[in-house]
Ligand binder design. Sequence first.
Ligand code: Q46
Ligand code: ZN
Ligand code: ZN
Length: 321
Amino acid sequence: MAVSGSKCKSCKAPAVIDLPRHNANFCAEHLLQLCRRQMAKAIDDYDMFGPDDHILVAVSGGKDSLAIWDMLIEAGYRADGFYVGLGIGEYSEESGQYVRAFAEQRGLTLLTVDLRDEYGYDIPTAARATKRVPCSSCGMSKRHLFDKAAKDGGYDVVVTGHNLDDEAAVLLGNVLHWDVNYLARQLPVLEARNGFPRKAKPLVRLTERETAAWCLIRGIDYLVEECPIAAGNRHLHHKDILNAIEQESPSTKAAFYLNFIENMSPLLAETTAAAQGELHHCERCGAPTTGEVCAFCRLVATAGAHEPVPVELVLGKRGRR
Ligand code: Q46
Ligand code: ZN
Ligand code: ZN
């Protein structure tokens, strides 16, 4: 990571990272300071949570979620971790080990749920049973379990490790399709409503290169390998496109996302309100839903009745690298 011969913008010590979007190089300590400042600015600007709030951090074992958990604890917030075992072969086994080691080494509280043990299915089986892409049942399962864990544990807010690269890539996808409902809900913080907890993304001002640097400098071990199923995910293609633009024109990625939040999101507020229709309680689990039985309970019924499918069978051509 060292940048040979260059000096930190703040203290003139040898730099460890160059950040073209800030037109500067930084030493390890000043890179950490930049990360702390950007997180604090996101929390403040978007009014995400306060020092008394009890935070539940959704952790996957990857760099972003462990970095945000570490940053919140370091800043003095009360933050517990929440991990869902998705049953995606070795990837899930290893990710669980990284999360547990992180929590144990720091004496932090970690809540865990294993889909196979507690709900009788895993993501490869859900994908096969529903005949849909794995990320669809995976995303829905995680959202449902984050909401449930926050409600059951009395947490004020659920925090996820989505960074600037993630959000800009999702935004590009939503813009390419002019998907107004998704655009209206693509906010760094979503207020609690209708039985759903507040959700916040304090890393939206930091890139994945910066969160990786945070982990490296702070000595955080994380699972470098991405989910094997993500290889065919269109967000990765959108990230590549944005990185190519960023290379030619540094800071475009941040402008694309942050100016959308500042200038466009307020104009979409009415759409958000209109999209929030009447919700009932799911008759099986009590979660908020538009139907009688929520999508998660329907998935548990369908995937739980299917015989277990090994992860290799759902990778197909898209998932192989
Ligand atoms: S949604 Fe899809 Fe991720 Fe689930 S199946 Fe893997 S790539 S882990 S963030
Ligand atoms: Zn410095
Ligand atoms: Zn339900």
